[in-house]
Structures are given as structure tokens and as C-alpha cells.
Design a protein around this ligand. Structure first.
Ligand code: ZN
Length: 287
């Protein structure tokens, strides 16, 4: 397992962590001040400054992208299938322009939440089948662009509104169905917030192996969690044994970035430099 205590060479910043403090260009400048070498930007943040400007800012700063957030939201009613396909193709194009190492995929929950305006459905079984179909279609496009796709299983609390792929096993089952040869085109993004509770986690990380482990996200699970979406904890402030999960992932050969992704009304209130300093300190001491 890598020693993170001496520097933050392997820290990547998911830009949602400080999205209320500044736009993407301001966040990239913040990374420069704190010697952060990698980011994972969100599509809306890129759109807000314009793709060309985002590409230039990333290039001028010499940043790597540990991922691009996010593709997916595959579930919709029939009228919106083309919209879903085209939206995900644009996501691939943007990620390619930005030089992202992979696209993080959030599968989508029930259609009416995943793609607002879709007809109301309670059929989560159908939603899961639809994820397979729409993801297969996106995978064809992403393969041509040589852009790996990383399915991020989300905590079951999000099954309705964000992702009906809720465990690492489920995500890996999709990978095995759509990419049985393990070509590297499809894998998982493991976020400790979503997976730490899973009794099957160690076995599934071993099953994933190096070629399916495309991204690793960290934050912490606070007790109590006041808001399932926007009350994530800073690493070390909650109950997740982050180092144990990182150890399991790295035992499979994962050697990429440890990406900090914190959606938190508390941390969004603080100055960007304070947040980045704390991220670095916790990365060195508890990640
Ligand atoms: Zn994540």
C-alpha cells in the first residue's frame, strides 16, 4: 500500500468539493496554489466556463483528470431514449477534449427522476435492464474514443432518484455482461461513501481486479448523516475505515489517484483555501 503521509502526489480533487466557492477556473487556480495535480470536474462546471476555456485551463495548469463527472442517467421513458444517447455521446466528446482518464457513470434511478419529464414508473427491475441496454450503446461510442467508462455504484438510499446500481457486485455483473473480455473499456469507480457498509466488499474488490478498478473516491460517513446528498464528511470525521478500503483496492494493483469528493453544506461555507488545506492534511493522515 502506498504511503501518502509524506506528500499529496496522489490526491485528486473532485471539483464539486468546492463548487460553491468558485467556478472551474478559480478551482484550477486553487489547485495550483496547493500543488494539487489532478481534478475530476463536473459537466455543469465545465459548461459554465465553456469547454474550450476549461480545456485551456486544464492544459495550462498541467493537471491530470482522474475522471469526468458524470455520464449515465440511462433510465428514461421511450420518448427520451435519443436524448439520453446523445447526451452521453456529448459527455464522451467533452471528456476526450479534456483528457480525462475515464467517465464516471451514475446509472439513473427511476425514469422520472433520472430524466425529468419521463413517465412515472415504479419498475426498478425494468430500470436496471434499461441501464444495461443504454450503457451498452454508450460503450460502443466510448470504445471508439478510447475512453474507459467507470460505473459508480451508489448507496441504496439513492436507488429511486440517482442510481439503481447500488452495490459493487451489481456494477461488476454489468461489466462482466458488457465487457466479458475485460478489455479495460469498462470498470467501476468505487466511492467509500457508497460502499463502505457492504458485507461483500472485500470479495468484490478482489473480483474487480486491477483492470476493473478505474477510480477511487474518498470522503466520510457522518453519524448522524443529516442529508443523504449534501452532508458528506471530510475524511477522518466519520466512521469509514478509509485506509482499509484503499488497502484492499491497492492490493489489486490500483495505483491511481485518491479522489476527494465531498458534497457538504458545511464545507461549501468555508473559504476554498481552508478546504483544500484540510483535504491535503487528511489525505496525508487518514486516507
Ligand atoms: Zn464518487
Amino acid at each position: 500500500m502506498r504511503d501518502f503521509s509524506a506528500d499529496h502526489r496522489w490526491l485528486s480533487l473532485n471539483t464539486a468539493t468546492v463548487r460553491k466557492q468558485g467556478d472551474l477556473v478559480a478551482i484550477i487556480e486553487g489547485c495550483g496554489r496547493h500543488d494539487i495535480r489532478a481534478i475530476d470536474p463536473w459537466r455543469d462546471q465545465v459548461a459554465a466556463v465553456g469547454l474550450d476555456r476549461a480545456v485551456r485551463a486544464v492544459r495550462d495548469a498541467g493537471l491530470e483528470l482522474s475522471g469526468y463527472c458524470r455520464g449515465g442517467m440511462f433510465t428514461s421513458d421511450a420518448a427520451r431514449r435519443t436524448e439520453v444517447r446523445d447526451d452521453n455521446r456529448r459527455c464522451v466528446d467533452e471528456a476526450k477534449a479534456l483528457g480525462a482518464s475515464c467517465i464516471v457513470l451514475v446509472a439513473g434511478g427511476l425514469p422520472q427522476y433520472s430524466r425529468p419529464g419521463s413517465a412515472v414508473s415504479k419498475d426498478i427491475v425494468a430500470a436496471r435492464a434499461q441501464v444495461d441496454d443504454a450503457l451498452a450503446e454508450m460503450l460502443d461510442y466510448a470504445r471508439q474514443a478510447k475512453l474507459p467508462l467507470a460505473i459508480e455504484p451508489l448507496h441504496p438510499a439513492y436507488a429511486a432518484d440517482r442510481a439503481c446500481v447500488n452495490t459493487t457486485k451489481q456494477a461488476l455483473d454489468i461489466c462482466d455482461r458488457l465487457d466479458p473480455e475485460r478489455t479495460g473499456a469498462l470498470g467501476v469507480a468505487l466511492d467509500v461513501y457508497h460502499i463502505w457498509w457492504d458485507p461483500d466488499l472485500a470479495g468484490q474488490i478482489a473480483r474487480a481486479g486491477r483492470d476493473r478498478l478505474l477510480a477511487f473516491h474518498v470522503c466520510d460517513w457522518l453519524v448522524p448523516t443529516r442529508d443523504i446528498l449534501n452532508d458528506r464528511g471530510m475524511m477522518g470525521d466519520g466512521v469509514i475505515d478509509i485506509r482499509a478500503v484503499r488497502g484492499a483496492v491497492e492490493a489489486q494493483g490500483y495505483a491511481g489517484y485518491s479522489e476527494i469528493e465531498i458534497f457538504s453544506d458545511d464545507w461549501w461555507e468555508k473559504p476554498m483555501d481552508d478546504v483544500l488545506r484540510t483535504c491535503i492534511e487528511r489525505h496525508r493522515t487518514v486516507v
